[in-house]
Structures are given as structure tokens and as C-alpha cells.
Design a protein around this ligand. Structure first.
Ligand code: CA
Ligand code: CA
Length: 449
């Protein structure tokens, strides 16, 4: 990996210095000013995470592909071009990939649309045969599916994965070209065991698994599980996800059928941060029309000492759960707007879940609760997680969400944490105007240069 000094361009360093001096003089929020200074001096594709902007600013900071030479700045608008520009997952040469328009992940190298049937061709998989083979009435509920149809399902799933999973190498910036509805539909970006990645100004839509797996042992009734998050970080460090939109649209969960009495769920996470991922800043994104939105830590034993994530100035609207589900790490959730009104059939269960000793600081966020909604249901936990922080509003009124949750639940949230957030530039100490402010500044399509 390149040293920090190599990874930051001179231009970038000068920008940061100028903005720091200006901030001192003007007394403005550092992140806001650094971002404006960057926007003036550097094009969108070359911008880096501002100083102190959340956990991803820690240590070497997050510069993505800003250091790329001209041979490694790409503009792509097809799946094949994206694959080529990404190159080998282990090639850490700095690169900038500008996505122009929407790339359909379910297309072949010639750009032809691929369907679920195309992926299943030759595997022997059919949903009807699968449903017959593992019907709980005959197969029982004690063991995972195995045998011919499960093998065929796995083969078909692997064929789809080969097409729709995009592996992101270290030192990469992926950025949508402004004004082009830039994004990826049907795809899954995967940053695995890599450092220094920027993902900005992209709409991730309709990430769908053609071949959900039945797990009769998941919960008391069994569940259909699917494999792909729109963005998945596994053991990834220094990641800045900024100004993106995540949505199931146009295929909403309300259209999912039920088999064995359970929803045939084709979606997994929107942005999952697992397997020892660390130093991540999730900023000014819009999460909407989705169920299991953001997992931090894949299990209660994921990775102690990692999973440090800052989540700020995001809009969460029409989200069922995991906004986020936080485990183990030191997680800062500030200046977010959570609209818990049911949207397009997505009926919220809870927003923030703190479990497995997660050390969550949630401050200066705003929640909208529909009439009849309960403040006590905005949070969730397993009795070991913490949620500290003040300045939170529910329907514009200062509210202690933890107290409300704890009054109604036996597995109580702890109210103290083992750390104090320091990388907090841009933090606003009032949540009053977040709903209107974020409506125009969060999500893809907002950034213009
Ligand atoms: Ca899953
Ligand atoms: Ca996932």
C-alpha cells in the first residue's frame, strides 16, 4: 500500500490547509468549509474525505483514487466497461471510475439483458422443484436444504454472482457523473479486505437475488435469505460512502410472493459493514424502500476493536429495520433524519439497534413518528449494547429515546459508552432543521461538480 504522503496529492493537501485556516478565521464548521473549498479547487472525481469527517478520516484518511494518473481515470457506462475499469481486486493502483448513467448489472458482455432463467440455464434448478424438495411438510425444519435442487440453486446463484458482483480494489474512487442519473441497478459492489475506497453520487437500485435460499432453522418459522447487498464492505478500511441513494425500486418487497408461509425475500442489505471492516464514514446518503438496511458486524462475534463507523446527515425513509443494526464497534450516529412513516408497504420495526456491546453515540438526530407510532419502538437492543448521546428530536420535540425504550423493555440499552467522538467536523448541535435541509442535500444527484 502507498504511504499516506503518496496517497494525498499536493493539491489536496493545499486545499485542506487553506480550508483549515479559513475555518479558524471564520469560525465555520470544518467539514462544510473543507467540502466547499474542495469543490472549488478539485473536480468531484478527485475530491477526498475532508479532515476529521468521521471515522474514515482517522490516520491516513480516505483519498480513494485521487492520486490516479491520467491512464487510470475511467468513464464507464456499461457493465463490461465497469468490470474492465475495476480490474483485478488485488491491484491497488489508484484509480478513478466515473459512472455515466445507469449500469444494469444483469447484462452480458455484449450488453444483452440477462434474466434469472439465463443464470439458471444448464443447472437443473427450478423454483417449483426446489419448493417440492424442501417443503417443511415433508423435508422437515431441522436441517438446511441439501441435495440435487440445493446444489442446482447454488450453481445458478454462483452464475448470477459472477455477473452482478463488482469487486472494488484498494485506492479506488467510484463516482457518478453529475446530471446523468448515475448508478448501478441490480448489482452488488463488494470491497473485501481493501483500504481507501470512495463511493459517491451513485444510485443503487434493485439489487436482487434470483435464487434465495430457504433456511428452515432461521427463527421459529424459517426464512428465505438472499445474498447481495447493494454495497458490502468486508474487512474493508477507510471507506467514504457519500451522497448515494439506496432503494429496492422498482421491485418493492410488497411484490414478493410467499412460499412456505414466509416472504420470498430477494433483497439483502443496502450497505453492510462486516467482517472486521473499520474506519467508515457514511454521509449524506438516502436510504429508502428497503427492509434490512445496514448491518454493522455480521454476528455477535464479528471483530472486537474494529467496526468503527460514523453515520451522519443521512435520510432514512421507508426503512423496516437496521438503520443501522450496530454490533461491537464505536459507532457515531449524528444529524440523521429518520422518517418512520410506512412507505410503499415498508413498515418500520425500529431504526437503531445496539447489540453485542456496541458503543453507539446517537446525537442531534431527528425522527418523524406517524400518529399512533411509539417512541419506545424507535430503538432496539439485546441488553448488552449502549446508546449514549443527547439532542435528539422526535417530531420536533427533545426526546430521550433510550429512556422511552428502557421503560418498555426488559433487555435495556446501556447509556454510557467507552469513547468520545473526536472526528466530528460538520456536526450540528441542533436537529431542528434536518428534515428540510437534508431533503435537498442528501442522496445521489445532488452534487453538481
Ligand atoms: Ca442475508
Ligand atoms: Ca448482507
Amino acid at each position: 500500500m502507498a504511504s499516506p504522503s503518496h496517497r494525498r496529492s499536493l493539491r489536496t493537501r493545499r486545499t485542506v490547509l487553506v480550508s483549515t485556516a479559513a475555518v479558524a478565521a471564520a469560525g465555520l464548521g470544518a467539514a462544510v468549509f473543507a467540502m466547499n473549498a474542495n469543490a472549488g479547487a478539485v473536480d468531484l472525481a478527485h475530491q477526498v474525505l475532508p479532515a476529521k469527517d468521521g471515522w474514515a478520516a482517522s490516520g491516513t484518511g480516505t483519498t480513494g483514487g485521487a492520486q490516479a494518473d491520467s491512464a487510470h481515470v475511467f468513464t464507464v457506462s456499461t457493465r463490461a466497461q465497469l468490470v474492465k475499469a475495476l480490474g483485478s481486486a488485488t491491484n491497488s493502483t489508484a484509480k478513478i471510475i466515473q459512472i455515466k448513467g445507469t449500469i444494469d448489472a444483469n447484462t452480458n458482455d455484449a450488453g444483452k439483458k440477462l434474466t434469472c432463467a439465463d443464470y439458471a440455464a444448464g443447472t437443473g434448478y427450478s423454483l417449483a422443484a426446489y419448493l417440492k424438495a424442501y417443503d417443511p411438510a415433508t423435508y422437515g425444519r431441522s436441517k438446511l436444504p441439501s441435495g440435487t435442487q440445493e446444489k442446482a440453486r447454488a450453481a445458478a446463484q454462483a452464475a448470477q454472482a459472477k455477473n452482478i458482483v463488482f469487486k472494488v480494489p484498494a485506492n479506488t474512487t467510484l463516482v457518478g457523473v453529475p446530471g446523468t442519473h448515475a448508478g448501478i441497478t441490480g448489482g452488488s459492489l463488494q470491497a473485501k479486505s481493501v483500504d481507501n475506497v470512495i463511493i459517491r453520487n451513485l444510485t443503487f437500485s434493485a439489487t436482487e437475488d434470483c435464487f434465495p435460499q430457504w433456511d428452515p432453522t432461521d427463527g421459529s418459522t424459517g426464512n428465505w435469505n438472499s445474498a447481495y447487498d447493494s454495497v458490502t464492505l468486508r474487512g474493508a478500511t477507510h471507506v467514504w460512502a457519500d451522497h448515494n441513494t439506496f432503494t429496492d425500486a422498482p421491485h418493492l418487497d410488497s411484490a414478493n410472493p410467499k412460499y412456505y408461509g414466509r416472504e420470498y425475500q430477494i433483497h439483502d442489505g443496502a450497505l453492510d459493514i462486516t467482517n472486521g471492516s473499520d474506519l467508515v464514514t457514511v454521509e449524506r446518503n438516502q436510504f429508502t424502500n428497503h427492509d434490512k438496511t445496514m448491518l454493522i458486524g455480521s454476528s455477535d462475534t464479528d471483530s472486537v476493536g474494529k467496526l468503527r463507523v460514523s453515520i451522519h446527515h443521512n435520510v432514512w425513509k421507508g426503512i423496516v429495520q437496521r438503520a443501522p443494526l450496530a454490533r461491537i464497534g464505536q459507532i457515531h450516529i449524528y444529524n440523521n433524519y429518520f422518517d418512520t412513516t410506512t412507505l410503499n408497504g415498508y413498515a418500520p420495526l425500529y431504526t437503531v439497534n445496539s447489540r453485542a456491546k456496541a458503543q453507539v453515540v446517537a446525537e442531534f438526530n431527528a425522527w418523524k413518528l406517524p400518529s399512533g407510532g411509539k417512541t419506545a419502538k424507535l430503538l432496539s437492543g439485546d441488553g448488552t449494547g449502549s446508546v449514549a448521546g443527547t439532542g435528539n428530536l422526535v417530531n420536533g420535540t427533545a426526546t430521550d429515546l433510550v429512556a422511552a425504550y428502557n421503560a418498555a423493555n426488559s433487555k435495556k440499552l446501556k447509556t454510557t459508552v467507552n469513547w468520545k467522538p473526536a472526528l466530528t467536523s460538520g456536526l450540528q448541535t441542533t436537529a431542528k432543521n434536518l428534515a428540510t435541509e437534508l431533503a435537498g442535500t442528501a442522496g445521489a444527484g445532488v452534487l453538481t461538480k
